[in-house]
Design a protein. Structure first.
Length: 342
């Protein structure tokens, strides 16, 4: 059998080999199947619980006119909609794509929207923090409900536009064994364009964020302000975790696409290693959607305070206590005080 008969489920979010006559990948496929269902189920559960809790706390206790708070809320939403695609991938992993063309396009687009939305929100949030450190008055002028909604709608619209190729070019394809797969149509050029866009988007965002943090660190080291430091700390942790989660995935995803399309022609053992590395990096990337709530607990001082207050309000022992509205505490604060969740 010639090399061109090696095909794959080749959407950028969930590559899985369809046919392995050319290169036997049974061992790596068995390893992947052993962990995928349990891991994706755990990610789905913890993401659903954790991000729902963060949404509740932000909406209950925080001033949503703050762009940073609104961006954190939107990051939770991107993580939630991403995690809602995981049950489809669990079933897909075992039974093939049984949900039809419409859901194939819809789930693919939702995955893409959540990924690009997360990258854009993190990038804009970092730029906002940079401006808050460099020129606090410039950010105070943007803390209006109208501006917050406008920025959020623009980011979501941009994410949807970037995901349009997913809607157009993904479809259900049946392999030689009769198994259905949700993937890009056969044209390799669109797979390559999608991958190039994803990697370029990721790298540009990374460069902008690094430049912002270098600028902020120079100012923070010069002023030694604890309040300014706290405004940067949580966002820095979120950004670091995001890029550590998704950078390996982008690298191995790109290499894997090239290998299965035989643009590069590794030996069977090397190709198996590439698939194994890609599969592990994919699982690490998928874990990202349940990590942010953990960061808020360990890094966000104010978030922990809100969490304790929520527990007291829900606890039967404290049900008779009627605390004052937490939103009132932050309404008069400056840009470096507790104006945001961290």
């Amino acid at each position: 059998m010639n090399d061109n008969q090696w095909t794959s489920n080749s959407t950028f979010y969930d590559y899985t080999p369809i046919e392995t006559n050319y290169c036997n990948m049974d061992e790596t496929s068995r390893f992947s199947a052993m962990f995928t269902c349990i891991l994706y189920s755990l990610i789905f559960f913890f993401s659903l619980v954790g991000n729902s809790l963060v949404l509740w706390i932000v909406m209950k206790y925080e001033n949503l006119k703050s762009l940073t708070n609104l961006f954190i809320l939107n990051l939770c939403i991107t993580d939630l909609i991403f995690s809602c695609t995981l049950p489809f991938w669990i079933i897909y992993h075992y039974y093939g794509w049984i949900f039809g063309d419409f859901l194939c396009k819809a789930v693919s687009a939702i995955f893409s929207i959540s990924y690009y939305g997360g990258v854009i929100f993190l990038t804009i949030m970092t730029i906002l923090r940079y401006l808050a450190v460099v020129d606090p008055l410039s950010t105070m002028r943007t803390q209006t409900k109208k501006c917050s909604i406008l920025v959020s709608m623009t980011i979501w619209s941009s994410s949807i536009m970037v995901a349009v190729p997913e809607i157009i070019f993904t479809e259900v394809i049946i392999d030689n064994n009769g198994k259905q797969h949700c993937e890009y149509e056969e044209s390799f050029i669109w797979k390559l364009i999608e991958m190039s866009l994803q990697v370029t988007f990721f790298l540009l965002s990374f460069l902008v964020i690094v430049a912002c943090y270098i600028g902020m660190l120079k100012i923070l080291l010069r002023t030694r302000s604890q309040r300014k430091y706290r405004t940067v700390r949580l966002i820095f942790a979120i950004v670091v975790v995001f890029f550590l989660s998704w950078a390996p995935y982008n690298v191995f995803n790109f290499v894997y696409v090239l290998s299965i399309q035989l643009v590069i022609k590794p030996e069977c053992q090397t190709r198996n290693h590439i698939f194994f590395a890609f599969d592990i990096s994919r699982k690490v990337a998928y874990c990202h959607c349940c990590i942010n709530p953990i960061l808020y607990v360990f890094v966000g001082v104010k978030f922990r305070r809100h969490l304790k207050l929520l527990y007291k309000q829900l606890s039967p022992c404290h049900s008779r206590i009627s605390p004052s509205s937490p939103r009132m505490h932050s309404s008069h604060l400056g840009p470096y005080d507790d104006a945001s969740i961290y």
